[in-house]
Design a protein around this ligand. Structure first.
Ligand code: CO8
Length: 273
């Protein structure tokens, strides 16, 4: 399936395809290293709405077109133009601006998103990857939050997520200097799930999507929701909280089917309800 959001008058900024329960979302501005302008955010917003609403989609893969970048972050040329035109300066969050809630603030997206990263993942590009559930990177991936060198802040969650996903001093080092992190270092920190040669990147991503599609869809959604909602809670509160997707999973046919398939010595057939 092709991008239903394509503007017939112009080229879409985001390629959106669905196949075998996987949604492939490709930032498609390779000539500017997949920089994120407002139109890209607007298209992405519609894509994430569809990923969540379409029961046929079980996992999404976010990547960048071309062979140089996942994304070089906010479109700095557009930003400079907007500033000249008197637009308000940006800060943390994107409420009121195109594409809101962006992936970085889409706290209720219940399906897993994999970032497939090759080349630069800088600024808002790194922030997008940090907001994904898994990151699979090529050996040439480069991560950085250069906002500090531009008089900006990593307002799309970089300051908040890096400090949660790395030890504090390590995160501070990257945040306060904008230094680059290689794929090998990111792997050592546990910030990415796997690093493979570029030639094996698609195969590696496919192994992950195959495993995710084989998993029970309501279990996947319930686990993602409960992990992300509880990660900053005291344990007692985590156990006693209500989780919407867990309530659906618990009473689902799939919860019966999975155990029955095990006892019948056959593969389960998931219906997602
Ligand atoms: N915005 C606009 N255009 C860009 C961007 C960008 N972020 N990055 C690269 N480009 C363009 C270049 O201008 C160039 O186009 P042109 O030839 O027309 O001038 C083309 O992409 C190729 O880039 P380069 O010629 O610069 O390629 P190099 O190999 O020499 O350098 C670099 C590659 C090092 C990646 C370099 O392009 C660079 O430093 N880019 C800027 C990276 C950056 O600082 N990103 C952070 C931006 S701040 C930010 O993202 C804040 C996020 C806030 C929220 C966002 C929402 C999620």
């Amino acid at each position: 399936m092709t991008n239903p959001f394509t503007d017939p008058a112009g080229r879409a900024r985001v390629r959106y395809e669905k196949k075998d329960h996987v949604a492939y979302v490709t930032l498609d501005r390779p000539e500017v290293l997949n920089a994120l302008d407002l139109r890209t955010h607007e298209e992405l917003g519609a894509v994430w709405d569809d990923v969540e609403a379409d029961d046929g989609v079980r996992v999404a893969v976010l990547t960048g077109a071309g062979d140089r970048a996942f994304s070089a972050g906010q479109d700095l040329k557009e930003r400079a133009r907007l500033t000249e035109q008197g637009a308000a300066p940006t800060t943390f969050g994107s409420r009121g601006r195109p594409g809101w809630p962006r992936l970085t603030e889409r706290f209720t997206l219940s399906k897993p998103v994999i970032a497939r990263v090759h080349g630069y993942a800088l600024g808002g590009g790194f922030e997008l990857a940090l907001a994904c559930d898994l990151i699979i990177a090529s050996e040439e991936a480069v991560f950085a939050l250069p906002e500090v060198t531009l008089g900006l802040v990593p307002g799309a969650g970089g300051a908040f997520r890096l400090a949660r996903q790395l030890p504090l001093k390590t995160a501070m080092g990257y945040l306060l200097t904008g230094r680059r992190m290689t794929a090998a270092t990111a792997l050592r920190f546990g910030l990415v799930n796997e690093v493979v040669p570029y030639s094996g990147l698609d195969r590696c991503v496919a192994e992950w999507t195959d495993d995710l599609v084989r998993s029970a869809p309501l279990s996947v959604r319930a686990i993602k929701e409960s992990v992300l909602r509880s990660v900053d809670m005291p344990l007692e509160e985590a156990f006693s909280s209500r989780y919407v997707w867990e309530e659906r999973r618990r009473c689902s046919r799939d919860a019966v089917e999975g155990v029955r398939a095990f006892t019948d010595k056959r593969d389960p057939v998931w219906t997602g309800d």
